[in-house]
Design a protein around this ligand. Structure first.
Ligand code: IP8
Length: 250
């Protein structure tokens, strides 16, 4: 099966609070619907979609000083962050449903938690059952119960890694605002087999928010069994149809 992350900055307008990028979201939903019409071997075994926050959730989280490690005990803060993310989740699912993709919600706040070491625990029985019953579960970055911290943030990327491990995904796709992992000349790196080969381009010293984010993504994906790809919206349908797209991380 395939675990697909739709980046928050792909499907929302990052510059305006709680605003969709409706056109991008429709393109993504079209690509998913088209690919599901004649699914590749791994897609036929199921698709789980995870989306990030973009202009939903992140500003609420920073307003309340909540991060993946710093928690809150304020139920109003949890409501703000979770509410923004479930609103975005409903938009994502309705675009998929409009195209007859059998999308159903799973809200991580209601099912998972972090232990006192910050490790994420996400039961996947319902995801597995929904997949077997032909649904496309749609999860999202969220707030999550955290032992000793109240509730912290769980990112879409963490959920993707956890789901891919637990469900033994064949392929993982991260649909991002860039066409892949870029080298110094801004061209897409075709394949990454070890972090050492790309450490210079993704290195901490030059890390802006975006490259820092990409470095963390590449490290996390290298640690997983399944092949992963990072690509832009234009690569989404090809990826779902089984073609190589953007950068493949082995
Ligand atoms: O955009 C974060 O998810 P991400 C979700 O995948 C939040 O980092 C801020 C609640």
């Amino acid at each position: 099966m395939i675990v697909l992350k739709l980046g928050g900055s792909v499907v929302t307008d990052k510059d305006r609070a709680e605003t969709l990028d409706g056109e991008a979201l429709s393109r993504a939903a079209d690509a998913v619907a088209d690919a599901l019409e004649s699914p590749s071997e791994s897609l036929a075994e199921g698709l789980v979609v995870v989306h990030g926050g973009g202009s939903f959730g992140h500003h609420n989280a920073s307003e309340h000083g909540v991060s993946t490690t710093a928690g809150t005990h304020d139920p109003a803060a949890i409501q703000d962050i979770h509410g923004a993310m479930t609103t975005l989740n409903a938009f994502v699912r309705s675009r998929l449903l409009e195209r007859d993709v059998p999308a159903v919600p799973i809200h991580p706040f209601s099912v998972g938690h972090r232990d006192a070491d910050g490790e994420l625990h996400l039961p996947t029985g319902q995801v597995r059952t929904l997949l077997e019953e032909g649904f496309v579960p749609v999860l999202h970055g969220d707030v999550i119960a955290h032992a000793g911290e109240g509730a912290t943030i769980v990112s879409g990327d963490e959920l993707v890694a956890e789901l891919a491990r637990a469900l033994e995904a064949d392929r993982i796709g991260l649909c991002s605002t860039v066409p892949g992992v870029l080298d110094d000349d801004n061209s897409v790196i075709d394949r990454i087999e070890s972090y050492g080969t790309v450490a210079d381009v993704l290195g901490e010293s030059e890390a802006t928010d975006v490259t820092g984010g990409m470095a963390a993504k590449v490290r996390a994906l290298l640690a997983l069994e399944a092949d992963a790809s990072i690509f832009g919206l234009e690569g989404l349908e090809g990826f779902l149809e089984g073609e190589g797209a953007g950068t493949t991380i082995e």
